[in-house]
Design a protein around this ligand. Structure first.
Ligand code: ATP
Ligand code: MG
Length: 283
């Protein structure tokens, strides 16, 4: 006999290892006694970890990662931008997100013409129109910030998550593929992930046609990347060759934790009222 679903969830939440989660029991009385004992032990340890977080660590891993990524990208010649958290219907439509598109059902609308941004790309496209006119090419910019999508929340998705989107426009056409891979490696390295164990795979995407996905050693999607010229460029008036990569920061934190045998989910790695420093507060 195994843990009940509820017990399993609670033990996972408290950071129980795979050996505890795989326990078997003769009957439910034995199991429930074991649960009480293990839960109390884990709750005690979690309390210690939260106190240690308050005394020593003091900052969310995601925020520290954000700063590391920004520093690495600025050192590589990129300029950081901050754009509005909202996006207009017109700009979403320009991204190909018209009524019948599947991602369109995931948008949090504020009113008829304004939504919480589900991605950073439209705002970056918008800035690029002027920057390509004003500055020598290539123009390299990035933004790191919250995005929102209606998701069936679970092991890999949260409604609020943090995206890093970097774009380089006006680079030589033949250099794109290699540049895309070079930038993917730069982000993986700055995130403390083993670059050679992460996979780059090709996939079809609704918005971008053919895209390149970056996967963690466990096969978790960390990023999707695309190249232009691209059919979506014309509505923005852009005709320069480009590469763009969008990473989920919670996923980068999860992949990093997995190296230490820790299973996180985006809710635990990101903005939260339930966890501090990745540790459950209601113990
Ligand atoms: P998935 O296929 O995993 O649902 P996606 O392909 O829809 O992701 P993209 O549009 O490619 O997502 O977004 C770029 C990156 O943002 C993803 O590779 C992922 O790391 C991250 N991401 C996207 N949606 C979420 C979410 N709901 N929660 C956490 N991270 C997300
Ligand atoms: Mg993707």
């Amino acid at each position: 006999m195994d843990w009940t679903d509820e017990q399993n969830k609670r033990l996972t939440d408290l950071g129980a290892g795979p050996d505890i989660l795989a326990s078997h029991f003769e009957d439910s009385a034995e199991r429930n006694r074991a649960f009480q004992k293990i839960e109390a032990g884990l709750a005690h340890e979690t309390g210690d970890k939260i106190r240690r977080h308050l005394a020593e660590v003091r900052r969310p891993e995601l925020v520290v990662l954000r700063e590391k990524l920004a520093a690495a990208l600025v050192a590589a010649g990129f300029t950081e931008v901050e754009t509005p958290l909202t996006v207009s219907r017109l700009h979403l439509e320009r991204m190909g997100l018209t009524e019948d598109h599947s991602l369109n059902r995931q948008i949090f609308w504020l009113d008829r013409n304004k939504a919480m941004r589900p991605m950073l790309a439209p705002n970056l496209y918008y800035l690029m129109v002027d920057l390509l006119r004003l500055a020598p090419h290539p123009v390299s910019i990035f933004e790191i910030g919250p995005c929102m999508r209606k998701e069936t929340q679970g092991a890999q998705h949260a409604a609020e998550f943090t995206m890093l989107n970097l774009v380089e426009m006006g680079l030589p056409l033949p250099a794109r593929r290699e540049r895309m891979e070079e930038l993917a490696r730069l982000v993986l390295k700055a995130s403390g992930l083993p670059v050679d164990e992460c996979r780059l795979t090709t996939e079809k995407s609704g918005v971008y046609g053919e895209t390149l996905d970056v996967e963690s050693p466990e096969g978790l999607e960390l990023a999707s990347a695309a190249m232009g010229p691209h059919p979506l460029d014309a509505p923005w008036g852009i005709d320069a060759p480009w590469v763009g990569l969008g990473f989920g920061l919670e996923r980068l934190v999860m992949a990093r934790a997995a190296l230490d045998g820790l299973t996180l989910n985006p809710a635990r790695a990101g903005r939260s009222l339930a966890y501090l420093g990745g540790f459950r507060l209601n113990v």
